[in-house]
Ligand binder design. Structure first.
Ligand code: AMP
Length: 145
């Protein structure tokens, strides 16, 4: 990375640091949580995006949310996995990053999230920006001579 001023660094567009949507494991609205748990377990990710049929970003779902949804008073009600919809379990209150925003906003948001979901102006899912990628860039900036 060429030597950047603090302002140039913070104003870098996020676009070039995005893991594109086609490489991001996701589930669709209407899928059951059994399918979501399968994708989460097979991919090894802690949480994945939920998208609608038009690829709009709708929320995030994690294994913890799924387990919470099937937790009975005395036992885990595994039989509910098939009949519970991701729509009813996902977290919709997720802050998103617009593809045209800057590194500064990503840095602000990533403090509380392991990854950020990136959308375009129509809220179509564009991809994710992970804390790992952001920290890598921050490290490059801090150590630049
Ligand atoms: P990482 O920085 O690779 O450890 O990723 C942090 C988190 O970002 C993971 O736990 C996932 O929730 C999410 N994530 C990273 N890469 C992907 C991907 N290709 N598909 C879905 N989620 C991902």
């Amino acid at each position: 990375m060429i030597s950047l001023s603090k302002r140039e660094f913070l104003e870098m567009p996020v676009e070039e640091f995005i893991i594109p949507a086609e490489k991001v494991a996701h589930v669709q609205l209407g899928n059951n949580v059994e399918h979501a748990l399968l994708v989460l377990t097979k991919s090894g990710y802690s949480a994945i995006p939920v998208l609608d049929a038009q690829f709009h970003f709708c929320g995030l779902i994690s294994a913890r949310m799924i387990m919470d949804s099937i937790l009975g008073l005395e036992r885990i009600e595994y039989e509910k996995l098939e009949d519970t919809c991701v729509d009813d379990v996902m977290d919709e209150q997720i802050a998103t990053l617009n593809v045209h925003e800057t590194f500064k906003r990503a840095l602000d948001l990533v403090i509380n999230h392991a990854f950020l979901c990136v959308v375009d102006d129509d809220h179509h899912f564009v991809g994710i920006m992970t804390r790992r990628v952001i920290l890598k860039q921050l490290k490059k900036y801090v150590y630049q001579s």
